[in-house]
Design a protein around this ligand. Structure first.
Ligand SMILES: [Zn+2]
Length: 81
């Protein structure tokens, strides 16, 4: 992992571009994946948003339905209702 800081300048609208190699390393796909951004004291932290089951928070074997993620276990429970 490259820990060398890279200087980036915000554009006129306050945007910056995350370097492609960083997006590739984290398997972040343009126009598909989300990131979480928050302020931690004097830092701006950007994290890859991890999809989780909307019912239990599990991140394994997710199925997408109506824009929501559901894990295999919860999907089985719903089918058994
Ligand atoms: Zn679940």
């Amino acid at each position: 992992m490259n820990k060398q800081p890279r200087l980036k300048q915000f554009d006129a609208l306050g945007r910056i571009c995350i370097p492609k190699y960083m997006r590739d390393n984290l398997n972040i796909k343009n126009k598909e994946d989300f990131v979480e951004i928050y302020q931690n004291d004097d830092e701006i932290v950007i994290k890859r948003h991890k999809k989780l089951c909307v019912f239990c928070g599990n991140d394994d074997a997710l199925t997408e339905f109506e824009g929501k993620s559901i894990c295999t276990g919860c999907l089985k429970k719903i089918k058994d209702i």
